[in-house]
Write a protein that binds this ligand. Sequence first.
Ligand code: C2E
Ligand code: CA
Ligand code: CA
Length: 546
Amino acid sequence: MQNNQPERNINLKLRYIAKAFVVLILIIASAVIVYCMGGTGSAFAHIMYLPIILSAYYFGIVGSVVTAILGGLALGPHMYENVSSELMQQSSIWIVRLIVFITFGIIISLLFMRIKGYEKEEAERSHVNLLTGLPNANKLKVDLDELIESKTEFSLIGFRIENINNIKQNISYETGVKSIKKALEILSELTDSTAYSIDDNTFAIVLPSGRIENAQTLGERFLYKTFEPVLIDQIKIGLLIKCGIVNFPLHAEDSYEMITKINMVLEQAKGEIGLYIYNGVLEKKSKSRSELVPHLLNAINNNEFYLVYQPKESIIDDGTISVEALLRWNNPTIGQISPSEFIVTAEEIGLIGEITKWVIKNVIEQKEKWKKTGLDVKIAFNISPKDLNNNSVMNYFIEVINNKELDLSLLEVELTERAVLENREIVIMLFNALRKIGIKIALDDFGTGYNSLINLVQFPADHIKIDKKFIDNITENTYKLVIKYTIGSAHRLGRKVVAEGVETKEQFDILKNIGCDYIQGYYISKPILPDELEDYLASKSPCQPV
Ligand code: C2E
Ligand code: CA
Ligand code: CA
């Protein structure tokens, strides 16, 4: 934030001179008023306190003493005590007045110093993040305003540790704080720019007059440097970092917009890591999110939801082990909306519980319908992490399974690895309770959480579903090795492994070779409507629920 410094110094000097000039004029004006009003014997002699007070405020002790001396001399030996009778003052009177002026100047400037000290402390406090000790978003805003005023191009680079909550919950809060400090330390090795804490886990630096490409290079170097696990209190911690870039004047016009947009960039693709540059699509997305809400509130009542089912099959003999119920929403005004989009919104507005109940109800109804036609297929359904702390959903689920005559081993609950990590205790209890009554549990999106192999040991899930991102890259040797190792570890712990999002024969063959148990993906079937699924299953060997 060093540019424009000479210009700023000149401005400061000019202001200083202007203030001194005002004080001088006030001294002269006061002396003239005293003279016109009859001399120092009149009460108007006190008017000289005004320039002294002003000078104490502007310039502190030295300024107020100089002003007191000038003021005292202006009302000194040459000034009449009484102008009309041309009576001069006794020396002792004007000397005492001079001393009183000086003493007054010193006291009043000490008072001002005290008040300004408080103000400064307060301003500093409001500009600092208490956890990191770094300048905060208020200070960032002030500094951005200055840069924007100077109309130079600059970029704001933000970053956030995506797995910070996992680190705080699974290791310790202190380790979380140390991880943040470690990341900031690595950043400071790459740049001299000041780091700001936008909040406890969102940081930003400003690259003045930096082109967007420079910001990109810095962001990439930072990500590269934090790719290796860092050592904190003898523990190796993997930091999953997301960086975002917003450029002035390319993406924003003022400081408020810049800070809002850097938050938007960091909010996108929650949990993902990497470097993201702001683009307008983001804004459209979050706008349409607020458009979704009024429609979403009525979606259940207006019967706009329906379920599709996607089979999971054994990799050895293509027998269907279960089908996963996936929610679909078709709104007459805004059309078909993907669950990846509306589930998040439903979670944000507290509607997810009602949606999960709807899913449970419909899954059970479908189950009973299929049973009547002789199709005894296991159905898996997804629940949201928000449901775990929602008694109404849990009670509804218990009530439904108690009141219906269901083969509970033909039900499976899918919960993402990340949801599991954020609700550790409650999830272990729930998993144990569900397994006791025969309901199977699958750990969804496996591999996207923090320290996945430890989670494998700690959570009593029946199946783990390796996330599609790993399968997408399975033709690369390192990915293949990681998947093979994960499958081996899962097997040793008695868990079965499902590969998600299998799309090609090549992926299928590799998975078969490295011992994966089950697969799900477009290679076998897309999610399909219940009657399509009936036809699909009729053409195959009987289901083999596991
Ligand atoms: P998920 O549970 O991981 O579901 C897998 C997603 O991958 C589904 O997307 C599925 O259609 C898609 N998929 C499956 N195989 C392939 C493939 O070979 N290639 C590609 N490109 N995609 C494949 P979908 O149905 O859009 O659901 C997205 C996510 O929304 C789900 O991820 C799940 O997290 C959530 N979701 C869906 N239905 C529900 C629900 O009823 N309740 C809750 N809480 N979440 C749901
Ligand atoms: Ca799932
Ligand atoms: Ca998944």
